[in-house]
Write a protein that binds this ligand. Structure first.
Ligand SMILES: CC(C)(COP(=O)(O)OP(=O)(O)OC[C@H]1O[C@@H](n2cnc3c(N)ncnc32)[C@H](O)[C@@H]1OP(=O)(O)O)[C@@H](O)C(=O)NCCC(=O)NCCS
Length: 166
């Protein structure tokens, strides 16, 4: 299944707002509606968000701080994976992994050398998910006690032009 990141518009907003994590996972991430509200409340955190699609079906939501000036401890950056959720019916199929892979490539192409995130350190949380992706704890906690993690990104190089036929 092809995973894409799409803008939220009047055409898909209701379907994206209807996405839900499993009961018990709400303590790890806000709802899509809550995330979009936070984005409006904290414009200085440079929110950037997209719906996650598998084929033509919305399956999740992702939000970053996009090249923000870090103002610790409140604003972590410059590139901070702020929200990630995959609807409970679609979890465990590799979509979350693919979203983070695409986000890492996207920010790398913008010059990012690391992608940061944070997670609630409780059982059933996403620590293992992020570790599998290569994130490691920075040793810092955010003001809410969330563990801050970093994924180091290799430097971006324009892909070489295709070999000429001559
Ligand atoms: C965490 C989340 C985004 C993962 O998305 P997903 O599509 O279910 O994950 P994937 O199918 O891509 O899993 C990728 C790998 O991570 C592993 N994994 C997934 N969730 C995990 C978890 N909570 N703990 C440990 N490993 C996990 C999978 O087993 C898989 O490993 P494998 O390839 O070795 O089998 C999703 O479960 C979710 O939305 N959870 C609730 C909200 C949340 O915690 N968001 C993150 C904090 S903002």
């Amino acid at each position: 299944m092809v995973v894409t990141l799409r803008e939220i518009t009047d055409r898909n907003r209701e379907a994206v707002l209807a996405l839900r994590v499993a009961p018990g996972q709400e303590r790890f991430v806000s709802s899509v509606r809550g995330a979009i509200r936070e984005a409006a409340e904290y414009p200085h955190a440079k929110p950037w968000y997209r719906a996650v699609y598998a084929g033509d079906e919305p399956v999740g939501f992702v939000m970053l701080s996009w090249n923000v000036e870090p103002q610790p401890p409140e604003i972590i950056g410059p590139w901070f994976l702020w929200k990630l959720l995959i609807d409970q019916r679609h979890q465990g199929r590799g979509y979350g992994f693919e979203v983070v892979r695409q986000i890492a490539e996207l920010v790398r192409s913008e010059g990012a050398t690391e992608l940061l995130t944070s997670y609630v350190p409780e059982n059933g949380g996403p620590a293992g998910f992020y570790e599998r992706l290569g994130f490691a704890p920075t040793g810092e906690l955010d003001p809410d006690g969330e563990v801050i993690m970093r994924l180091v990104l290799p430097p971006w190089r324009q892909s070489a032009s295709p070999p000429s036929s001559e």
